[in-house]
Unconditional design. Structure first.
Length: 313
C-alpha cells in the first residue's frame, strides 16, 4: 500500500506492507482522511504516535470500506462504509481499526465529509458535553473557532440549545463562521462579551487569565489546544470567587474502552444530526494522496474554515 510518510520532518508518499487485521479489528480501504493539528506536530517531531500505532504514517481519522475482518470481528461486514478515530496510520490506502472504535458512515455523507468527521466531532462533543457538561440555554465561548473542532463545537452546541460566541482572528472568516450559528468576535477583549458558562480553549495559555475573568458562576474551562503556548498564570482567587473549574483533555492516547465509549456517544447524539442535515462537516479543500505535501502546506498556512481532507477515491 501507499501512505503518507514522515522522515526527518519531511513528507513523502511511500510503499509500505499491507497491514493485517488483528483480533476484533477490521481492515479498511481508506477513501478519505482528514488532516489535524496533531499531524502537523507529529511531522515536527513534537507529538509521536502512541505505542502500537505506526510511527511514520500520520493520520488520526479516516473513512473507508471494510475489506477484511480479523478474528472475532462481527460488528461490520465486508463492504460496509465506516469511519473512525485512530492513533495513527490513517493517511494510507489501507488501515486497521478495532471494530468498537469504528462508526457507520451516514448515508448523507460523501467520503470527504466522512473522512473529516471522526476526530473533530468526537473531540468537540467529548470536550463540550462529556467533560464540560454544557446544558441548553448556557453560553459557550469557542476560541479559535474557524478550524474543524471549532466549527463542530459551534454546530453541536447550537443544536443542543446553547448560545455560542466564537473568537476568530482573521476578520475575513467571520461571516463564514457566523453561518454556523455563532456570534463571531475578534480575540481581543473577548472577556467583555461574557460571562460564559463554558469556554472551549483551542488556542492555549495566553487566553487563560481572561478566560477565568470571563467565567460565569460555576463556569467551566476545557483546554484542548495549546498552539499558542502551554504555560499560563492563573488568578486562583478569581477562580475560587466564581467557583469555576479548569480541565483539559486529549483524545489520541486514550485506551480502546474510552475511545469506544466516545464513539457510541457520537453515534447516538451526532450521527442522526448528520443524517438529517442539521449539522454538517465543512470541507475547505480536498487533495489527492500524491498531493499530501500541498495539503499539509495549506493546513499550515491557515486562513481556512473547516477541514482539509486527503481524498483517496
Amino acid at each position: 500500500m501507499k501512505a503518507v510518510t514522515i522522515r526527518d520532518g519531511e513528507l513523502s508518499v511511500e510503499d509500505h506492507p499491507d497491514p493485517e487485521p488483528g483480533s476484533g479489528e477490521v481492515l479498511v480501504r481508506v477513501h478519505a482522511a482528514g488532516l489535524n493539528g496533531a499531524d502537523m506536530m507529529q511531522r515536527r517531531g513534537l507529538y509521536p504516535a502512541p505505542p502500537g500505532a505506526p510511527q511514520e504514517i500520520p493520520g488520526l481519522e479516516l473513512a473507508g470500506e471494510v475489506v477484511a475482518l480479523g478474528a472475532g470481528a462481527r460488528r461490520f461486514d465486508e463492504g460496509d462504509r465506516v469511519m473512525a478515530v485512530v492513533a495513527g496510520g490513517g493517511q494510507a490506502e489501507l488501515a486497521t481499526v478495532h471494530e468498537r472504535a469504528a462508526m457507520p458512515v451516514p448515508e448523507a455523507l460523501g467520503w470527504p465529509e466522512a473522512g473529516g468527521l471522526p476526530e473533530v466531532f468526537t473531540t468537540a462533543h467529548d470536550a463540550v458535553f462529556t467533560q464540560a457538561e454544557l446544558h441548553p440555554g448556557e453560553h459557550l465561548l469557542v476560541h479559535g473557532a474557524a478550524g474543524g473542532v471549532g466549527t463542530a463545537a459551534i454546530q453541536l452546541a447550537r443544536a443542543a440549545g446553547a448560545r455560542v460566541t466564537a473568537t476568530v482572528r482573521n476578520e475575513a472568516l467571520h461571516d463564514q463562521v457566523a453561518a454556523f450559528g455563532a456570534d463571531v468576535i475578534g480575540p481581543e477583549g473577548f472577556d467583555e462579551h461574557g460571562p460564559f458558562d463554558v469556554i472551549l480553549e483551542l488556542v492555549g495559555a495566553p487566553n487563560l487569565p481572561a478566560d477565568v475573568k470571563a467565567l460565569a458562576s460555576l463556569g467551566r474551562i476545557v483546554v484542548i489546544g495549546i498552539s499558542a503556548g502551554a504555560k499560563a498564570e492563573l488568578n486562583l482567587g478569581a477562580l475560587m470567587g466564581n467557583r469555576g473549574r479548569v480541565m483539559a483533555s486529549t483524545l489520541r492516547p486514550r485506551p480502546l474502552e474510552q475511545k469506544a465509549a466516545a464513539a457510541r456517544l457520537l453515534e447516538r447524539s451526532v450521527l442522526p444530526l448528520m443524517e438529517s442535515g442539521a449539522v454538517k462537516v465543512p470541507v475547505h479543500a480536498t487533495y489527492s494522496l500524491s498531493d499530501a505535501t500541498a495539503a499539509y502546506d495549506a493546513f499550515a498556512a491557515g486562513g481556512k474554515v473547516g477541514k482539509i481532507v486527503l481524498d483517496f477515491s
